[in-house]
Design a binder for this molecule. Structure first.
Ligand code: SF4
Length: 412
């Protein structure tokens, strides 16, 4: 082969400008977003971002209406993980000042889940740090799920326990678990830069095991870990190929004491373009804005809801979110309703009581509702622990104090 033949072909035509409305027309007609189109969304200038979001919001509305699915995290076991994921405050040897504790007692896990359900959550995510569960751990979680479902039969339960071994996904399914979360986190081509103690393929394997057992697969990513736009697109298209039912998009919270401490590559408008790109690539999949929402989207959080249809209520695993009440107010202010709120209100009316999470159905003028969410603002985050909304360089994750963002006193 000659040198001339080796040279890449140069397309003499100028790159076509991104026309988001026309692109959405084509997606609605069955077109699958290409990698080039996805990169063009991420590369778009800031000034075009709201136009892209507006176009992508048509897909969100088509598949999810004006509802927001609210999820609530229960950290069953925190810290002390032997893996070395660079982004994680729970990794081996981290100096991040997080709470560390081993398995919650079943009654405590169910009680914490109940706080989120009272605040309007329709899905509870039961998460344990670590490489993966032992069979005994799976039995322990199965018992908790049985207890939780006995008290809250309508709640969806998603387990996130790490890498699954033979038979474990099936056991969780039999116990009533609805979904299993295991994030790909980043592109295969970037994986070794963020973790060397396990492989990308191992992550794919667990997502596939969960799906094969009949669990709804939840797998997403963390943006802002030094990846390129092309790698972000690579990760999202891999999630599309895996047919992940829900896609949590985290934005890196660069915890002190981790290798990515202080790393900051995202702006609020870039975060919106990332969310819009995921919506365009996966129009009918549940798109959840996850960790880092407050830190990175800042005042544009409600704009993110125009393309994402789901958020976590209150706190994250090792960091504080904004107050649960502020989350619910934001949903209502942006003209959305919490998924399931109407049914809960009708059931409560039939029972002659106040609905759980009654202030979250888009009717926040109803005043304090007495739900866990409303109480959260009273017992929640102290003023000096609120997310810093100042200059980017000073934005830091706020360490999670167990209880903050719920009806519990912090560090209860
Ligand atoms: S992301 Fe999960 S596996 Fe990786 S260090 Fe954190 S807890 Fe461990």
């Amino acid at each position: 082969m000659t040198a001339t033949q080796d040279a890449p072909a140069v397309d003499p035509r100028p790159a076509a400008a991104l026309e988001p409305e026309a692109l959405v027309d084509r997606i609605e007609a069955g077109h699958r977003l290409t990698a080039e189109e996805a990169v063009a969304v991420l590369d778009a200038p800031d000034a075009d971002t709201f136009r892209i979001v507006a176009a992508a919001s048509r897909l969100r509305e088509k598949h999810f209406g004006r509802t927001v699915k609210v999820n609530y995290l229960v950290s069953l076991k925190t810290g002390l993980c032997p893996e070395n994921c660079t982004y994680c405050s729970q990794r081996l040897g981290t100096e991040a000042e997080i709470l560390r504790y081993t398995w919650l007692k079943p009654e405590e896990a169910v009680r914490q889940a109940g706080l989120g359900i009272a605040g309007g959550a329709s899905r509870v995510c039961m998460v344990a740090s670590g490489t993966g569960p032992t069979d005994r751990d799976v039995d322990r979680v199965a018992g908790m799920v049985g207890d939780l479902k006995a008290q809250h039969p309508d709640v969806e339960v998603c387990a996130c326990l790490g890498f699954l071994k033979d038979g474990q996904a099936e056991k969780l399914k039999d116990a009533g678990v609805d979904a299993y979360n295991h994030n790909l986190n980043t592109a295969e081509s970037h994986y070794e830069s963020i973790c060397t103690s396990h492989t990308y393929e191992q992550r794919v394997d667990t997502v596939q095991r969960a799906g094969a057992a009949g669990l709804s697969s939840c797998s997403g990513l963390i943006a802002g870990m030094g990846e390129t736009h092309e790698q972000l697109v690579e990760a999202v298209l891999a999630l599309r190929d895996l047919d992940s039912d829900s896609i949590p998009v985290n934005f890196l919270m660069p915890f002190d004491g981790t290798p990515l401490q202080g790393h900051q590559q995202l702006t609020p408008l870039e975060c919106l373009r990332i969310l819009a790109m995921v919506r365009l690539a996966c129009p009918d999949k549940e798109l959840r804005i996850a960790g880092g929402r407050e830190m990175h989207l800042r005042s544009l959080q409600p704009v993110g809801l125009q393309v994402a249809n789901s958020i976590f209520l209150g706190d994250y695993l090792t960091s504080e979110g904004q107050d649960a009440e502020a989350d619910l107010q934001m949903i209502a202010d942006a003209g959305f309703t919490v998924l399931g709120a109407e049914e809960r209100t009708q059931r409560a009316a039939a029972d002659g009581g106040a609905p759980a999470g009654g202030c979250c159905g888009g009717t926040t003028d109803a005043g304090p509702c007495g739900s866990g969410a409303a109480v959260a603002s009273e017992a929640g985050v102290a003023e000096d622990a609120r997310p810093d909304t100042g200059a980017e360089a000073t934005v830091k994750p706020e360490l999670r104090r167990r209880g903050a963002g719920t009806a519990e006193p912090a560090n209860a």
